[in-house]
Each structure stands twice: as C-alpha cells, then as structure tokens.
Write a protein that binds this ligand. Structure first.
Ligand code: ATP
Length: 296
C-alpha cells in the first residue's frame, strides 16, 4: 500500500537533540475531506488488521505500542480509532494512572512488566513506565511518595540511570522478539486549553475533566523539558520514538496508523508453514470429513 507521507520525518533519531518548541504540533492535513479521512483510516486499519492476524498466527513476535502525551493530547481517541478494526483477541490495551499502594511497593517497571504482550499479541500502553521520568521528575512530591532509599534518590545520576534502565529494558525486550513503537502526541498549550475548556463546557465531556490536569498544565515548561530529555535519551534504532503533531486529531490518527503499518511491514511477518506432522493431520482430517458425506 502507498502511504501518504514519509514517516521518518516524525522519528527521533538516536542521540539527536530534540527541541519541542521548534517541532510542529500541526502540519498540512494528510486528508482532503471527511470522506477522504475516513477512507484512508479504514484502509490503514484493514492493513494493520491483516498484519496483526499474521503476527497472531506466528505466536513468536509481539508488538508494544506506547502512547505518551500531555492531558487531552488525544491518546485514548487515537488508540480507539486506529485499533478499532483489530481482532480484540490479539490486542490488549492498558492504561497506567497513579500507581496503587501495591504497585508502589515494587520497583517502577513492575506493573508494566506484568502487562507486556504475549507472543503473537499487540499490547498498547496508554501512558507507561515513561511516567517515571516525566511526572515523577517534574513533581518532587511524587518521587517522595515512592519509598525509595534516600541515598539512591540523592544520587547525582538518578535520572541518567533511569534512562539507562529503560533503554536496557527495551533492548532486552527487543532481543526477546518484542517490537516497541513509541508515540509522543505533541499538542500546543493553546490547543490543550481549547480541549480542556471543551471538557468543562460540554456536558458530554465533563467526565473526562480532572482538576489535576490544570496542575500539570501549570508545569507546562517543565513537562516539555522532561519530555525533551526523555525523547533524546530513549529513542533507539530498535525502539524509536515518534513525535506526532497532535493539534489536529484526525491527522494524528492517520500519522500513527501509517507508523504502525510501516513498522509491521518491516517485521516481515509470515504465516507459519505447516510442519510435516500438520500436513499429515490435515490429510487425515480431510478424509474423515469427506467420508462423512460418503456414508450418508
Ligand atoms: P489520561 O491518561 O488521558 O490523563 P485520566 O486522566 O483519566 O487519563 P488517570 O487515571 O487520571 O487517567 O491517570 C493519569 C494520571 O496518572 C496522569 O496525571 C499521570 O501523570 C499519572 N501517573 C501515571 N503514572 C504515574 C506514576 N508512575 N506516578 C505518578 N503518577 C502517575
């Protein structure tokens, strides 16, 4: 399938510096009308579903999609729209909010490790262990609530080491057959303001509103800085970050679906070939079924 735009423009090259202020939150739409948007998204979804069924049949590799972004960046909507055509048996979504008491009683990767996709599955993380170098870094009170030994927290390489841990963890998963694709949905502060106001003004969106979102917004610059550092430190050739311009939700969904599609195409997935034993079983089964008709 011919894709509408080169996805490499959104990929964060390893060890390259990231300037979010200079990175677009909006680009020219990849669709020309409502119908064009719907039909493009539908065809990408169909193709993703095709690769997902081959991934599932193979039961060897898995795909982990990680979505991060400021509140109201559109993570949930993107996950819903892009993945809606996928066989639910082969796909699992997990949202990571504030950790529970039990989760805080373990190391910070623990709760995410429990939810990694099995072989053959697509796992989707709506927020993830990346919060550990984002909200936990921006808000000292969150780190203070993690019950870590004081000397570890005070160590000068504390954040550098967390990035190292995450890179190693992802390299390990890669060596075990998990393809990780990471999306940062990049919205502008103005667009977030509009979306938060819509959540306040529209009764049907009230349920999405949390007062805590305004608190995070008041730390906007710190979050952008933390994201910048995180994207620079943890984008690797095997497990890249993509910065998705997200002020236009529909454009963001088209970009995300193309990124998933292109990465899955590159995995060169193939249906498992039938073993001699299976070929024998198939021949036996065919004969049994055909004999049923002959015996009627
Ligand atoms: P959304 O992800 O769209 O904001 P939500 O607001 O409904 O959805 P919540 O259940 O409120 O989801 O959880 C999201 C909040 O949890 C975010 O503010 C996020 O920063 C916070 N969070 C996620 N992981 C951690 C963590 N490890 N430590 C502290 N806070 C975290």
């Amino acid at each position: 399938m011919k894709l509408a735009c080169p996805i490499s423009q959104f990929r964060v090259a390893p060890d390259k510096s990231v300037k979010l202020k200079k990175t677009a939150t909006k680009i020219d739409p990849l669709y020309t009308s409502d119908d064009d948007y719907e039909s493009k998204l539908a065809s990408y979804r169909e193709e993703i579903a095709h690769w997902q069924s081959i991934l599932y049949a193979g039961q060897q590799e898995s795909v982990l999609l990680i979505f991060q972004g400021m509140d109201s960046a559109g993570k949930g909507g993107a996950i819903r729209h892009v993945m809606s055509g996928i066989n639910p048996q082969g796909c699992q979504v997990h949202s990571f909010g504030r950790p529970s008491e039990e989760e805080l009683a373990h190391d910070y990767l623990w709760r995410c490790l429990l939810r990694l996709p099995r072989r053959g599955m697509i796992g989707i993380f709506d927020r993830s262990y990346y919060e550990e170098v984002l909200v936990v870094r921006v808000k000292p009170e969150v780190l203070a609530g993690q019950n870590l030994p004081a000397d570890l927290v005070k160590h000068k390489n504390f954040w550098k080491d967390r990035f190292h841990d995450i890179r190693q963890h992802e390299a390990y998963l890669h060596r075990n057959g998990t393809k990780i694709i990471k999306f940062f949905l990049h919205v502008s502060a103005d667009e977030q303001r509009e979306r938060l106001l819509a959540r306040i003004d529209d009764p049907e969106k009230n349920w999405k509103f949390r007062l805590g979102d305004l608190d995070c917004r008041s730390h906007w610059a710190d979050f952008q800085k933390a994201y910048q550092d995180c994207l620079e430190q943890t984008s690797t050739t095997e497990s890249p970050w993509y910065i998705v311009p997200a002020d236009d939700k529909r454009n963001a969904r088209l970009i995300i679906s193309q990124i998933i599609l292109q990465n899955m195409q590159k995995m060169e997935l193939q249906l498992p070939s039938a073993s001699p034993a299976l070929i024998q079983d198939l021949a036996t089964a065919r004969k049994l079924l055909q004999d049923e008709v002959a015996e009627r």
